[in-house]
Design a protein around this ligand. Sequence first.
Ligand code: PGA
Length: 259
Amino acid sequence: MAEVVIVENSEAAGELVAAEIVELIEGRPDAVLGLATGSTPLPVYLALRSRLAGRDVSQVRGFALDEYVGLDPAHPESYRSVITREVVEPLGLDPRRIHVPNGAEATIQHAGGDYEAAIDAAGGVDLQLLGIGTDGHIGFNEPGSSFASRTRVKTLTEQTRADNARFFDSVDDVPRHCITQGLGTILRARHLVLLAFGEGKAQAVADAVEGPLSAFLPGSAIQLHPHATVVVDAAAASKLRLADYYRYTFANKPEWQGI
Ligand code: PGA
């Protein structure tokens, strides 16, 4: 199953995961990072600013999980814009090496296949950051997504649109469709790191980590992965039945193992 690490707060989670990413880049300067958007991964990106400062990151590559369909990439809430603002610019990455699915309507029919081919050409993703939606989605794989799915167009649930309305003027401005890496795509990454903070994520985390495998709860797909790490604060861990065991395991883990 996934390794669960319960940390003090989101800053501690950011530092823990950033340290892992720095180690990855030290060993492999052209590492391929799987980038997530939303509020959850922000502490990781923040911690990376100081940890990567002064290092050569010119070879680092990245693939975002998802993008809205039909939203101008120049819109401040397109995931292209978010990745540029939160990741590429502050970390000094080469924008030509950082990919985001193409949500343009004109080319949407082959955009999924193109993205899969680009990930394959890069040799796959080394470390995939993931948030989880209150409905259990990872990427934008809404409930019902096949565990074998590849990058494709999905329809956002009303709950996801409402959750994301905070980034837009109104819920009516949140696009109805997205293009997202599939669960099968995500499962091909070599290391999954799922983060979640706050009480609102507690049920989704418990279902993903300890619940039955089900397309109804896309996050449960991480149970199929040989190297998945779930980093949560106490509130997001509050519905985990084995929380004490996870704390004990991590406290007694040899330091050389990392996460
Ligand atoms: P959030 O979104 O990080 O903004 O909570 C997570 C998700 O929808 O995957």
